[in-house]
Design a protein around this ligand. Structure first.
Ligand SMILES: [Mg+2]
Length: 421
């Protein structure tokens, strides 16, 4: 992208006791010139920068895969933003209409599959992804396929002008590449083309999420968050309609990346390889801590989250955000805790967490199920029983959350695993 110099002040935070004091510095110029209004930022992105090799350093065993994942997520993010521009401009007259969602979800999945196959032409693609093209192949959905293909080819023309435009049939076949069963043997890419679909339609937060499993373990993750500010967020950034800012403000739109043992990094979703190292902030006390939870009450038990917060002594209101954008925000220190307690019959899918988990871990956070067990990605497309939820936090706050949860469960009863359907 063409870049006009822009300086953004950032605060450095260092994780852990005895770490360096907070500093301020001027960030390197990045991004294009903004053509829209910029508001005053009350806080800035938490970034720490001990010497690190970078997410795609030649010494990383996953350097090639990291570049491939970043390229794929960026390509898909362009499509998502293009669809949101149409959404905002009223080209989609009915927000309850599933069409824009369909186009963005399916189009993003097709582009990620295309991009990975292009980078690794001699490696069979194993992709565990959310969408499939079964319904799209029905004759009545011809117009939808045509619209998806149009958006896919527009994104390709932007990032890969030499590429041959795809046909509708090719797009459908790419979408159906996502049918891998995954598992604990070999390598599998894991994709949620749009995590937070309701946020996407509501012009709030969403994320393109791509992870890589190697022998059942997440070893690489990339989150593209086109509507997440590159500075620390507040409640204002969670509201309905915030997506419109991303089209004119170059400080909006974040990418988070991490590979095992290489650290976690952030940068612009539409810039180059993210190189700004991030750490969770483990220095905050419960009285200063914020917790994040799903925007949608139907996705998580907010009453339980509040009870835990009360038990721990958290006084600040929660940040309610859609999608794995929460994992990115937690990784850079915007908040200290993420809690998720879905309906007990809900089966968690691995693409809803894979990319975010490795980013959290490389930033120094802890993520477990509600019983304190690590998440097991080796068992296929779904997780086993997670004891009612997922908790991610800085190490000290995670311990406090788990203690509070055990106390509440002792009083109210342990969540019971529902019978298999
Ligand atoms: Mg999705």
């Amino acid at each position: 992208m063409a870049a006009a110099p822009r300086l953004q002040s950032v605060t450095l935070r260092f994780c852990g006791v005895g770490s360096a004091p907070q500093q301020r510095l001027q960030q390197q110029p990045r991004g294009q010139a903004a053509c829209g209004q910029r508001r005053q930022h009350s806080a800035v992105t938490a970034v720490a920068a001990p010497v690190a090799p970078g997410p795609a350093a030649p010494t990383s065993p996953y350097a090639v895969e990291m570049q491939a994942a970043v390229d794929a997520v960026r390509l898909a993010s362009w499509l998502c933003e293009a669809v949101q521009v149409e959404l905002k401009s009223g080209q989609w007259t009915d927000k309850e209409d599933s069409s824009p969602v369909t186009i963005a979800d399916y189009g993003a999945q097709a582009l990620v599959a295309w991009s990975l196959k292009r980078t690794f032409p001699n490696v069979p693609l194993s992709l565990v992804a959310e969408e499939d093209a079964i319904e799209l192949r029905e004759p009545e959905n011809l117009a939808t396929v045509s619209a998806i293909t149009q958006h896919v080819n527009a994104a390709l023309a932007r990032e890969h002008p030499q590429a041959t435009p795809l046909t509708g049939a090719e797009v459908l076949d790419l979408i159906d590449c996502g049918d891998s069963a995954g598992g604990g043997v070999g390598r599998h890419w894991v994709l949620d083309p749009i995590d937070g679909t309701r946020g996407f339609v509501g012009m709030r937060q969403y994320a393109v999420c791509l992870g890589l499993l190697d022998a059942g373990e997440v070893v690489l993750g990339v989150l593209g968050c086109p509507n997440l500010p590159q500075y620390a967020i507040s409640e204002d950034d969670c509201d309905e309609g915030q997506a419109g800012r991303s089209f004119s403000d170059e400080t909006i739109g974040s990418m988070f990346v991490a590979a095992k043992g290489q650290g976690a990094y952030t940068g612009s979703v539409f810039g180059g390889m993210p190189t700004q190292r991030i750490f969770c902030n483990d220095t905050v006390s419960p009285a200063e801590a914020r917790y994040m939870e799903s925007f949608e009450k139907r996705h998580s038990n907010h009453t339980l989250s509040q009870a835990i917060a009360d038990e721990v002594g958290i006084v600040l209101p929660s940040l309610k955000l859609d999608s794995q954008a929460k994992y990115g925000a937690l990784s850079r220190g915007d908040a200290g805790i993420f809690m998720r307690f879905p309906d007990l019959v809900y089966r968690e899918k691995i693409w809803d967490h894979a990319a975010g988990v490795i980013i959290l871990q490389e930033a120094g956070a802890v993520i477990t199920d509600a019983a304190g067990n690590p998440l097991d990605f080796s068992l296929g497309r779904h997780f086993p029983w997670l004891h009612g939820g997922i908790v991610a936090a800085t190490p000290s706050l995670h311990a406090k959350i788990m203690a509070a949860l055990r106390k509440i469960y002792a009083e109210q009863g342990e969540p019971q695993q529902p019978a298999a359907p």
